[in-house]
Write a protein that binds this ligand. Structure first.
Ligand SMILES: [Zn+2]
Length: 320
């Protein structure tokens, strides 16, 4: 029998990560394509569908059987109805991407939120595997989170759950893209760390990576900016822990590349701030930038598999 694969796409503001993923989550083929966001949402939609179609063709040419399509996009995503409701950087407004993919490729499809499907992959295949309650936090240009309970993601009533980046951690703090002040994203995202350091040092163009490197080398100003960001992040995680009581918090996205330089001060600030809640383990993500494609594939299999899906996504339930 031919081996099945899922056609998976993780669509970002500038690029799309694309893959053929086996049902066990392993990636057998990867491609990258530009999103072409500047050409407008209709062109992006056509681009996504044609890339998916060519990936399905590639699978067949390699002797594999494509069985489903999984697509992850940023913004507000109605997973139940398969609609990309709203996205600032891709320009989607109520695009029924799932049904378009079903029509075009002739197989089941699922649409998910990029960070929430990344969470699904980390919880089931990566740093959260074997745990029932996992919070994945992606820290890059922005900050967002995905809660996974017993292998199932939590999308929220309107497809907008997990906006941890817009929890206010410093009232009156830095202006956020959403219009509020002191949002976690405005205080601790990679972008805001670079901007804060540039403001204070006068060194323009410094990135969060530069700040981490300078802080590790003992530069006082960089150390302060880094520490303040870690404390803001801890404040966000404490709010999340008060709400969700998870076993493990998985930190991903570009900023997590800092590894222990990030984990150490965040763990310390969380330990200091916690009162009666249970302190979650705080670990680094394991799947890197394949998490989105793998999670989109898992979501597509869950949606297409029917009654066996619950068992497959939840093999560790009895270990709790
Ligand atoms: Zn905000």
């Amino acid at each position: 029998m031919k081996e099945s694969v899922v056609v998976a796409l993780d669509v970002g503001g500038t690029g799309m990560k694309c893959a053929l993923v086996r049902p066990d989550g392993t990636v057998v083929h990867e491609e990258r394509h530009p999103t072409l966001a500047a050409r407008g949402p209709e062109a992006v939609t056509e681009n996504i569908l044609s890339v998916a179609e060519s990936l399905a063709g590639k699978a067949r040419a390699d002797g594999l059987t494509p069985v489903a399509t999984g697509i992850a996009v940023p913004g507000v995503v109605d997973e139940l109805n398969g609609v990309a409701v709203w996205s600032a950087n891709v320009g989607f407004r109520d695009v029924p991407l799932r049904d378009l993919a079903v029509q075009r490729l002739g197989m089941p499809a699922a649409l998910g939120h990029d960070v929430r499907v990344g969470a699904l992959a980390e919880a089931r295949l990566g740093a959260g595997r074997g745990r029932g309650h996992v919070l994945f936090v992606a820290i890059g240009t922005g900050i967002a989170a995905g809660l996974v309970i017993n292998g199932a993601g939590y999308p929220g009533a309107h497809g907008a759950a997990g906006e941890l980046g817009h929890v206010v951690v410093r009232p009156g703090g830095a202006l956020c893209g959403c219009g509020a002040r002191g949002c976690l994203e405005a205080e601790a995202s990679a972008k805001s760390i670079g901007r804060r350091y540039a403001e204070l040092s006068g060194i323009t163009g410094a990135t969060a990576f530069d700040v981490a490197t300078r802080a590790a080398a003992g530069e006082e100003l960089a150390g302060r900016v880094w520490q303040e960001a870690a404390e803001a992040l801890a404040a966000g995680l404490l709010a999340a822990q008060a709400l969700y009581d998870v076993q493990v918090v998985v930190l991903g996205g570009g900023l997590a590349e800092a590894g222990d330089d990030l984990l150490r001060p965040v763990r310390a600030a969380v330990a200091e701030g916690i009162t009666f809640h249970r302190t979650p383990e705080i670990v680094r993500a394991e799947l890197g930038d394949t998490a989105g494609c793998r999670g989109a594939a898992l979501l597509a299999l869950d949606h297409s598999a029917g009654p066996t899906a619950e068992h497959r996504r939840n093999p560790t339930k009895d270990q709790e």
